[in-house]
Design a binder for this molecule. Structure first.
Ligand code: SF4
Length: 495
């Protein structure tokens, strides 16, 4: 099929997190061109149907088959795309390769650069990606220059918050045959990119392979992300003349399986996942003993887009938790967390956010930029996930659950994490019994942070540390026998 970018006539796009087979069937009964595209990252609006004609697109949110029937009948009858009473209409460049900003919650926030293909281009159709400027193999020097400017995204990336180029240099100079691993495990934006924009991810991976002289790319994802895996497999099969071999493998859904060295263990087929001691890191001795780059889809999609369009410092943020529906948005690094949270409906009054994934930092202050420097300075995490806590949420219960999770799920390889998470959970339980020891909590977390082998243990104490710093009055209230939100279970129930 030819590209749907700037195609003549009317194009109906059906966007959602699942295969929209019912809606597609309705649309395809007509003579109107109808295609399935991936999720936009804003599932509250989906199924999302867009009707594009030239430089104008009508948007129908939460579209039923009956509503689509009306849309199709209207367009087939030659009516204006506005006739079927869309929720919004947007005018744009007729050749736009990305969903234009729409005045709807979640789609009116930030910009769509790395998320550009999501909800607009067919995920597995090479013609759409090519029409968007893809598959234009860059010069190696251009890739190396881009790698000098770009920093890794997410805790699953070997270069989290660090420039890529020094690690690439080590890999290139190491003995052995390099491999590039695309670590898509455990992050919602990474799963979204595999399901909605897989060619950008694969193109970034092949560029990184070129930079280090690798002859293979392995995409690694959780077994839980079925649609992402299925889509990236199809995209890999459709990749025109891939410069390197591309394989897709899955690993267990456990949180720790996203840690880069445990990801390598899973890819090698080892059932017991333990982090590897560094140095040497995977960039020197990685998969099957060979030098291995491990980057997330976010990092690689940023690389691909930077090579096509030039570097622009954007960050993807997924907002979830006590919200009507999660949303993933792309913001400038200088935009604040409040801009991201504005993309969702909070269930109740906003109280706090856990910023940075499962072991993020707690804050009530959303006036913090989403770039890594500002987040780190505020003791918040850079994983690109913000969990909203509404006003009926107890901070102590939340932190207790996160800490107990760390105690249950760590790999057990090092003492600071294995014993530290258990002791930290006990210190938090002691608060219910009237003993609140903030100095002990801070000291234990300092030891875990400073001496754990991998990022799991380094970050596992952050929810507790930031709760002590930001919500001391609420923790002290529990020690005095009062849960301010009246929602706290007994310690034995905190799991
Ligand atoms: S920090 Fe935790 S998860 Fe990482 S190696 Fe140590 S015990 Fe395992």
């Amino acid at each position: 099929m030819t590209s749907i970018i700037a195609a003549d006539g009317t194009t109906i796009r059906i966007s959602g997190t699942g295969p929209p087979s019912d809606l597609l069937a309705v649309a395809r009964e007509s003579d109107v061109r109808a295609v399935a595209v991936g999720s936009t990252g804003v599932p509250a609006l989906e199924p999302l149907v867009t009707v594009t004609n030239g430089g104008e697109t009508a948007v129908h949110t939460d579209c039923s088959t009956a509503e689509l029937d009306t849309v199709v009948a209207s367009v087939s009858g030659g009516s204006d795309i506005r006739a079927a009473e869309p929720d919004a209409v947007v005018e744009h460049d007729p050749g736009t390769a990305t969903l234009p900003p729409v005045d709807l919650p979640g789609l009116d926030v930030g910009r769509r650069r790395v998320l550009g293909a999501a909800g607009w281009r067919r995920p597995t159709d090479a013609a759409d990606h090519e029409a968007a400027g893809g598959f234009d193999a860059p010069e190696t020097t251009a890739v190396l220059d881009a790698g000098a400017d770009l920093r890794g995204r997410g805790w699953g990336d070997l270069c989290q918050d660090e420039p890529l180029a020094p690690t690439w240099e080590t890999t290139r100079d190491a003995d052995g045959d390099p491999t590039v691993v695309v670590n898509a495990h455990g992050n919602p934006t990474d799963a979204l990119l595999l399901a909605s924009a897989p060619f950008d991810v694969l193109e970034g991976a092949t560029a990184a392979a070129e930079a280090v002289g690798a002859d293979g790319v392995i995409v690694y994802a959780s077994t839980a992300d079925e649609r992402a895996v299925e889509t990236v497999r199809a995209a890999a099969a459709n990749y025109p003349d891939p410069p390197v071999a591309i394989d897709v493998v899955t690993g267990p859904a456990e949180h720790r399986a996203a840690e880069p060295t445990m990801a390598l263990e899973a890819i090698e087929g080892n059932h017991r996942l333990e982090a590897r001691i560094r140095p040497p890191g995977p960039e020197s001795v990685g998969l099957h003993g060979q030098p291995t780059l491990v980057h997330t889809p976010r990092t690689l999609a940023n690389l691909a887009v930077a090579l096509r369009e030039g570097e622009a410092d954007t960050r993807t943020v997924t907002v979830e938790g006590d919200v009507a529906a999660p949303a993933t948005v792309e913001l400038a690094a200088s935009d604040t967390l409040s801009t991201a949270v504005d993309a969702v409906d909070v269930d109740g009054e906003f109280k706090a956010a856990c910023v940075g994934g499962r072991f993020g930092g707690l804050t009530a202050d959303l006036d913090v930029a989403v770039g890594p420097a500002a987040l780190s300075a505020a003791d918040l995490g850079t994983e690109g996930v913000v969990q909203v806590l509404a006003d009926d949420r107890c901070v102590l219960e939340f932190v207790g659950q996160r800490t107990q999770f760390a105690a249950d799920e760590n790999c057990g390889r090092c003492v600071p994490c294995r014993e530290g998470t258990t002791q930290l959970a006990e210190l938090l339980r002691d608060i219910y019994d009237g003993t609140y020891a903030p100095a002990d909590i801070r000291e234990l977390v300092r030891v875990m942070d400073g001496s754990s082998i991998c990022a799991f243990g380094v970050e596992a104490g952050r929810p507790a540390r930031t709760a002590v710093a930001e919500f001391e009055a609420e923790l002290q209230a529990h020690a005095d026998g009062d849960c301010p939100t009246d929602s706290c279970p007994q310690p034995a129930e905190v799991t």
